[in-house]
Design a protein around this ligand. Sequence first.
Ligand SMILES: Cc1cc2nc3c(=O)[nH]c(=O)nc-3n(C[C@H](O)[C@H](O)[C@H](O)COP(=O)(O)OP(=O)(O)OC[C@H]3O[C@@H](n4cnc5c(N)ncnc54)[C@H](O)[C@@H]3O)c2cc1C
Length: 372
Amino acid sequence: MIGGGLAGTALAHHMAGAGIETTLIERFDLNTQASGSNSGSIHAQIPNEPFSVNGDDWTRTFAPTVRLMLASIALWKKAGEELGVDLEVDTPGGLVAARTQGELDGLRRKLVFEAEQGLEGHLLDRAELRAVAPYVSETMVGGAYYPVEGKANPLVAAPAYARAAAARGARILTRTPLTALEAMADGGFRVETSRGTILAARVVDCAGAEAGTVAAMVGLDLPIEAHPIQTSVTEPTAPLVKHLLYGAREKLTLKQNRLGNVLIGGGWDARRDARGRPVADMHSLVQNMRLAVDMVPDLASVDVVRTWAAVVNGTADWKPLLGEAPRVPGFFLCFFPWMGFTAGPVVARAIGDLVLGRVPEVDLGPFLISGR
Ligand SMILES: Cc1cc2nc3c(=O)[nH]c(=O)nc-3n(C[C@H](O)[C@H](O)[C@H](O)COP(=O)(O)OP(=O)(O)OC[C@H]3O[C@@H](n4cnc5c(N)ncnc54)[C@H](O)[C@@H]3O)c2cc1C
């Protein structure tokens, strides 16, 4: 597999567990890109921003991802024990706070789509929101509560999968960029790397924001995007933000980790420097912090200690690209945009099952690239 983020390491773990000779190549060190730089939110709900922008037709076609997210959360809950590592998985619930009656009406409509996919969610009026989350500004008119949502620690998850994969016999090559990929006429692939050639029966593209570049090497043109975005973290503070907290329409997510730091994000744009590296954008930072303090007034007295930027893998329609490429037998995509930290465990397992010729436990139907 190409890529040592969560998708690649979890897939390597699954494949090696099935007794398959497995090699993972990563151009840098493991977990140095999106999987190790994200905000650690474990989402299940339909994201609020595209829901409010794109309307019901989009929502209907996106909604089946909720089932993938729910299956992934179930795997997250077992993963720590399976890997023998505390992944700091904690699911106190997700809470979306609405500023206006219009936003609350939107949440009510979204809950209907989500319930059809088996996601439990509850609409809260102003008093109920205050009772559940007294730390949220009393100017909020209500909200929605999703008991299954929460957080995990992105710094430990992919390395834990990689160690467990190596223990099962997977070969993990870091600082080994893929330089060329050739589908051979009689089947299989020539995988050219900075350390030489590897012959592989099958290749799985787990290259995140670079997955389109890798796919292009075998002639595929996929609608994969790469966007620098940023997250901030505060100094440790006493327990304050109990839930994974969201704004209903604006870009805002908040959560507090085990050490007491509050992570503040929501997908605000970062910039690229002259060398193309992602760097934090001050304008985004100011707007993000303003929204955070507006939502949780007690944060006004807590200092932000760091803001970092990383490149997230995206698609314009937010839908994943999964499965075997129709015109390149043996070449698979394991690509989940925007929320691939949450979805990593389930898509890795499902794509692994496809590679092994097994029927995945989850329905990938709407997201198979063969159907595009
Ligand atoms: C700031 C930020 C916050 C986010 N917050 C959340 C969140 O709270 N919850 C959530 O669910 N998701 C979140 N995401 C999204 C999530 O992090 C990603 O969708 C997910 O990590 C993608 O995992 P991946 O393994 O597919 O990609 P990556 O983690 O990007 O891994 C891909 C790997 O492929 C390697 N690679 C690329 N090209 C080559 C090559 N030619 N040769 C060898 N290796 C190569 C890269 O170096 C990289 O290590 C966030 C993302 C960012 C950037």
